[in-house]
Design a binder for this molecule. Structure first.
Ligand SMILES: [Zn+2]
Ligand SMILES: [Zn+2]
Length: 422
């Protein structure tokens, strides 16, 4: 017997967590938060489903309930891994793709993420055995580095967790490859359904960092070159650090436009880790630890940009917003950096600040999520016996369309045990 339990995320964007149990073995897919903890205790947060109801992992000194168990993280967005910091069980191994692990370790070293014990890289495309269960990770396409789709095999039963996915990113071939591998073979396909959350096709800023844009990922470098060439005043860029490939691409595009990006040092460190050959320009008073990088103190940056605002593109994060008061306005490219959107109260503060300081706020992001028709085509191709739409505020919108396919839609409830007999 294999038992499936959806711990969260059946009707929300984010916090998607599912548990597979067979005998003395358990695997858990993703470990994100549905919302902020606020002042809640862990017990209260489990009760109201801010955290998954997993007292054996989240409360101290609980005996292990399974002989073999592991957590798998599809990607490094907070709605998929933000609850890891509340783990009290330090024995349970946590698997991520090698690139996601590498970025996670940098974020921990930078103090952006709290340290978490027992992190491991999951070799891609090969099954990892966890007692009676087997899990295979496949590289996929989303707006964070090393995003995976995950296959769970339990005896003769097969399940796939799509993770967050898009077909309009830099790696559509990865999605084609993993869906080829699993098509026509699954009991259940768990499909993210973010874009089915809204009434309009072009939803704007929404909760948990998911929003839609006019650009696709691949269009952004050329769009930046155009902005770099046409903007005579100061040009400011605010991207999201976990989308490492975008940082690398935009850095390269800016240099091609002969207007290099002046990076804050934490972002420069991330780019350097994944693209060691990139000749970076960095805002730092320290000498550069990287041979091919040039460091500029903030005083020098101010002087250079006052003399010639077209010399660089200025990277600016929320924490360094005050730096923009040194100039008399400009163009601010908001490229999925924090604060991401309306749901975050800091976004209104950002808008007010930029307006007051004469900066024009220009949306310059791309979505990490597949369009509705792409999600449907993917589910149709995979053709599982049942398809679960989740990671959505309105999973029933996707379910209605699935009724026209050969795959039966399934809208499970949170915290119910669903049995799959051997
Ligand atoms: Zn997500
Ligand atoms: Zn995501």
């Amino acid at each position: 017997m294999t038992t499936l339990r959806f711990l969260n995320g059946t009707k929300t964007i984010g916090g998607n967590i599912v548990e597979f149990v067979k005998g003395d073995s358990r695997v858990i897919m993703d470990f994100g938060m549905v919302a902020e903890m606020g002042t809640k205790t862990v017990t209260q947060a489990m009760a109201d489903h801010t955290l998954p109801h997993l007292p054996d992992l989240l409360l101290p000194d609980r005996p292990a309930r399974y002989q073999h168990q592991a957590i798998f993280i599809s990607h490094l967005h907070l709605d998929h891994m933000g609850a890891l910091r509340y783990l009290k069980n330090q024995q349970i191994p946590i698997y991520l793709s090698p690139d996601a692990l590498k970025l996670y370790q940098i974020l921990i070293a930078q103090g952006v993420e709290p340290a978490v014990a027992n992190l491991h890289g999951l070799p891609l495309g090969r099954p990892l055995t966890v007692g009676e269960l087997k899990v295979t990770g496949f590289l996929s396409d989303h707006d964070t580095i090393g995003a995976m789709a995950l296959l769970v095999e339990a005896g003769a039963h097969r399940f796939v967790h799509s993770g967050d996915v898009r077909l309009s990113g830099r790696h559509p071939e990865r999605v084609a490859a993993w869906s080829d591998q699993v098509k026509n073979s699954l009991d259940v396909y768990l499909s993210e359904a973010t874009t089915y959350s809204f009434v309009t096709d072009q939803p704007q800023m929404v909760q948990n960092g998911h929003h839609e844009h006019a650009f696709t990922e691949g269009q952004l470098p050329a769009a930046l070159i155009e902005k770099a060439q046409e903007t005579t005043g100061l040009l400011v860029l605010n991207p999201y650090p976990r989308n490492v490939e975008r940082l690398i691409d935009l850095d390269q595009a800016a240099r091609q436009a002969q207007r290099p990006i002046l990076w804050e040092p934490e972002y420069a460190q991330i780019i350097h880790a994944f693209a060691p050959a990139a000749p970076l320009a960095v805002i730092s008073a320290e000498p550069s630890p990287f041979a091919n990088a040039t460091n500029y103190s903030w005083a020098t940056v101010e002087k250079l940009l006052h003399a010639d605002p077209q010399r660089f593109i200025l990277h600016n994060t929320w924490t360094q917003l005050d730096r923009l008061t040194a100039f008399s306005g400009g163009t601010y490219l908001h490229s999925n950096g924090e604060p991401l959107g309306d749901y975050d109260p800091r976004f209104a503060q950002l808008q007010a600040f930029l307006a007051k300081q004469h900066y024009q706020l220009v949306p310059f992001g791309a979505s990490g999520h597949a369009r509705r028709e792409d999600l449907l085509a993917l589910a149709e191709k995979i053709n599982a016996r049942r398809t679960v739409p989740w990671h959505s505020f309105k999973p029933e919108l996707f379910a209605e369309l699935l009724y026209r396919t050969k795959s039966e839609p399934w809208l499970p409830e949170t915290d119910i045990y669903y049995d799959f007999p051997d």
